[in-house]
Design a protein around this ligand. Structure first.
Ligand code: SAH
Length: 340
């Protein structure tokens, strides 16, 4: 199976189902993933500055700690000036990509988002702006693009309609999520999608649909990370995703999508002290250190035990660079477009 993955970058449905249900030997799998990433991206690991600018959300996803029904969440939104100050600080630290992520917060109308994107582009024309603000109309996505945004992160979460229903309330739909992703691509965005590993009710069959969906979408970035339980959600009793299974999925994704950017996500770091390094060695090639003001960090509480809550941006940058080096790679702050 590994030989076929290395030579064809694909597997049959039956092989993928076997991959998801039987533990694979890790050393050869990770070595193959590492060889592919070095072939396409060398030893570079791209750093993106993440700004979590609002945790107010109209959605009620059953897995997420900032869902609207969590009345214990302490809600915040950054002002335009605060968001710009985060970018300025990030710029001085060398970052050339800013990722603005938030809940689906109606306060941030399209006009407000466009004004923020334009202001960042005006202050830092050599930087890429990534948005991750959920499901919008095609017109809204077009307006953000026209304002200067070029990348958009929107995980599909699961490509199986029955599984999607188990993770989200009735007012959300997989069809709309997919519509958003294809609209974003059609407009010309570099699109990131992905899913949680070990989310409640996930099966080998739902993972197979995730892979086939990603092959149809051809995203520039594939973001995955272990599901981590949050006690103030309906899934409070559900176990988190398993570290080693999650790492094997990263390696599989690297082998199947050699040109994709694959982040070593905060969820990996939150599940294991060296989770990021392990994900990098399994094929990931992006990290997204936090640039949000330390005062709000702990409130962007998607899941429990989220790491890096108390670290100043400058500290994060140094820490991340050391971790990347210790995993055997080189931190790069350049814009870093994907090869897809
Ligand atoms: N509102 C934006 C940002 C969502 S938060 C959007 O809809 O895209 C970013 C990602 O965090 C989500 O896409 C989800 O995959 C992940 N996430 C949410 N809750 C999580 C949990 N409990 N464990 C692990 N990852 C989670």
């Amino acid at each position: 199976m590994l030989d076929k993955l290395i030579t064809t970058h694909d597997l049959s449905d039956a092989e993928l189902l076997r991959f998801f249900s039987e533990p694979q030997e890790e050393a050869p799998l990770f070595a193959a993933a590492d060889a592919v990433r070095r072939e396409y991206y060398g030893d570079e690991v791209y750093m993106r500055g993440l700004i979590e600018f609002t945790n107010i959300c109209k959605n009620d996803c059953y897995y997420c700690g900032i869902r609207r029904s969590n009345s214990h969440a302490v809600r915040y939104r950054l002002t335009d000036a605060e968001i710009l100050a985060c970018c300025d600080e990030g710029y001085d630290l060398g970052y050339r990509t800013f990722v603005l992520q938030g809940g689906e917060d109606g306060f941030f109308t399209d006009d407000k988002i466009c004004a923020i994107v334009s202001a960042i582009k005006a202050a830092h024309p050599d930087c890429a702006v990534t948005l991750s603000i959920g499901e919008k109309s095609r017109e809204s996505y077009q307006a953000y693009y026209d304002a200067g945004a070029r990348r958009y992160l929107l995980r599909h979460e699961t490509a199986d309609p029955v599984h999607y229903r188990k993770l989200h309330p009735a007012e959300m739909s997989l069809e709309n999520r997919k519509r958003c992703l294809f609209d974003l691509k059609a407009i010309g965005y570099q699109v990131g999608s992905g899913f949680m590993i070990g989310s409640p009710y996930q099966t080998p069959e739902t993972l197979l649909s995730d892979i086939r969906f990603l092959q149809a979408l051809c995203p520039a970035m594939i973001g995955v990370g272990p599901y981590i339980t949050h006690r103030e959600t309906p899934f409070a009793e559900m176990p988190p995703g398993e570290l080693h299974f999650s790492l094997r999925i990263v390696a599989l994704l690297r082998l199947m999508f050699p040109k994709a950017l694959i982040p070593a996500t905060t969820a990996f770091a939150s599940l294991h002290a060296e989770g990021r390094e392990l994900a990098l060695r399994a094929g990931a090639n992006v990290v997204m250190p936090n640039l949000s003001p330390v005062t709000v960090r702990k409130h962007y509480d998607l899941y429990e035990n989220k790491v890096c809550l108390g670290d100043e941006a400058a500290h994060c940058r140094g820490c991340m660079e050391r971790r990347i080096a210790s995993a055997g790679y080189r931190a790069v702050v350049a814009v870093g477009d994907s090869l897809v």
